[in-house]
Design a protein around this ligand. Structure first.
Ligand SMILES: Cc1ncc(COP(=O)(O)O)c(C=O)c1O
Length: 429
């Protein structure tokens, strides 16, 4: 027992670049291998127990190995795992999305958030017959090209110049992305006004990573996109079914034209969905193949019945009375507890997030966008994350976003505060 370089970690480094499935950046001595999860806990192959504060990057909102999901998946798997065609669970799920999500008139399924945002942008380009899209600096929309443009820029260029975070993104692709500062309506409006006739859509994470929208920002985006005849796309992969049953669009009361869903929707199974206005989504009706605005859309695993069964079970649990009150109360408790600890220790930091999400940024400046977060002491942030990890908190040290699930409770929150207090003491002394 105890975290140390072990044969499992070494085997991981042998086959996986960076020793992981992606975006963890753990040092070799912390490269554990998980054996299983239960509720809010995960266990490694050496028998170490962790409290999970990433929960499959937010995809496991009910908790690991939830009995309702096991039952639904087991029942469906025995009846067939994939047809690449409409099945009863897929149909029932799509109907539920239309009921739940304010902008959803029609639905297409895919298998990840990366695909969902990619298709949403393709729909926008086809519908408007324009090439450019606006994204916000520091926003993540998945591993697709625009998701990896100006994601973690180390050089801060003048807006709206894009800056690829990944090699392999062509200049041509970059030239179709305009980058704006989140929460800065004035600059964003100027960028939109100056390029309006070329812009198909604006894609935004309504809750940008863990940074909350300033009052009027999302309404302002809705107004300006409408004024210029540009589509507004909400990337709700994180916020969908998390900030409210109807997602950020219900929570903030701003309805986009299109939304991308993923993560929590699938209850831990591969999922993505594009929902939105029927006149836009109908562009992928195959009867229109060959027509000018026809959108190619296909997904072998999109809408597969096992995911759909897991999703229906997840949504049924989320619809229980009190679910969101409970998730929000836990989130408040998590954030407030950190604020008390930080202030008692005199550490300059911002506690970010809303609902069941939380992140710490070590700066005395209010974090409102990528640049204010970039000015924070990021080395301290990494030391804090790794310190938590070493002390039994499972998280993603690159994202630093903490995800709560319905399996978390007071015990898990007390535990992370207690470990956090210790680690903050160590890294600040
Ligand atoms: C806001 C947002 N959009 C899209 C994605 C991509 O989702 P996936 O990893 O399922 O492709 C993520 C993943 O973290 C995300 O946070």
């Amino acid at each position: 027992m105890g975290l140390s370089a072990n044969q499992w970690g070494r085997r991981s480094w042998g086959v996986f670049p960076g020793g992981s499935l992606g975006e963890y950046n753990l040092p070799p001595e912390l490269s554990i291998v998980l054996s299983h999860g239960q509720g809010a806990r995960v266990y490694d192959t050496e028998g170490n127990e962790f409290i999970d504060y990433t929960m499959g990057w937010g995809s496991v909102i009910l908790g690991h190995a939830h009995p309702k999901i096991i039952e639904a998946v087991d029942r469906q798997a025995k009846r067939g795992s994939n047809f690449s065609y409409v099945s009863e669970p897929a149909l029932r799920l799509a109907e539920e999305l239309v009921r739940a999500v304010p902008c959803a008139e029609k639905v297409r399924f895919c298998a990840s958030g990366t695909e969902a945002t990619m298709y949403a942008v393709r729909f926008a380009r086809a519908f408007k017959k324009r090439d450019k899209i606006v994204k916000f600096e520091g926003a993540y929309h998945g591993g697709n090209e625009f998701g990896a443009i100006s994601l973690f820029p180390q050089e801060l260029l003048d807006f709206p110049t894009p800056n690829p975070t990944s090699a392999g993104i062509t200049k041509a692709l970059c030239s179709e992305v305009l980058v704006a500062p989140y929460n800065d309506l004035e600059t964003t409006s100027r960028i939109i006004a100056e390029n309006a006739s070329d812009i198909a859509g604006v894609i935004v994470e309504p809750l940008h990573r863990c940074t909350t929208p300033l009052p009027g920002f999302l309404d302002g985006l809705r107004e300006i996109t409408r004024k210029h005849g540009i589509l507004l796309i909400f990337d709700e992969c994180v916020t969908g079914f998390r900030l409210a049953y109807g997602g950020a669009q219900e929570y903030y009361g701003v309805v986009p034209d299109l939304a991308a869903l993923g993560k929590a929707l699938g209850g831990g199974f591969p999922v993505g969905a594009i929902v939105g206005r029927a006149d836009i989504l109908d562009l992928c009706d195959e009867a229109d193949l060959g027509r000018e605005k026809y959108v190619w859309f296909a997904s072998t695993l999109g809408g597969n019945p096992v995911t759909a069964a897991a999703a229906l079970a997840t949504l049924e649990e989320l619809r229980r009375p009190g679910t969101y009150e409970h998730l929000f109360a836990m989130g408040e408790g998590l954030r407030n507890g950190f604020r008390v600890i930080l202030s008692a220790k005199g550490i300059a930091a911002q506690v970010l997030g809303d609902g069941p999400l939380c992140a710490l940024s070590f700066t005395d400046e209010k974090v409102i966008d990528y640049r204010t977060a970039f000015r924070a002491d990021r080395a301290k942030g990494r030391a804090f994350a790794l310190g938590l990890f070493r002390n039994g908190i499972f998280l993603n040290p690159m994202s630093t976003k903490l995800y709560l699930s319905l399996a978390h409770g007071d015990e898990e929150i007390r535990a992370i505060h207690s470990v956090g207090r210790k680690v903050l003491g160590e890294i600040s002394s």
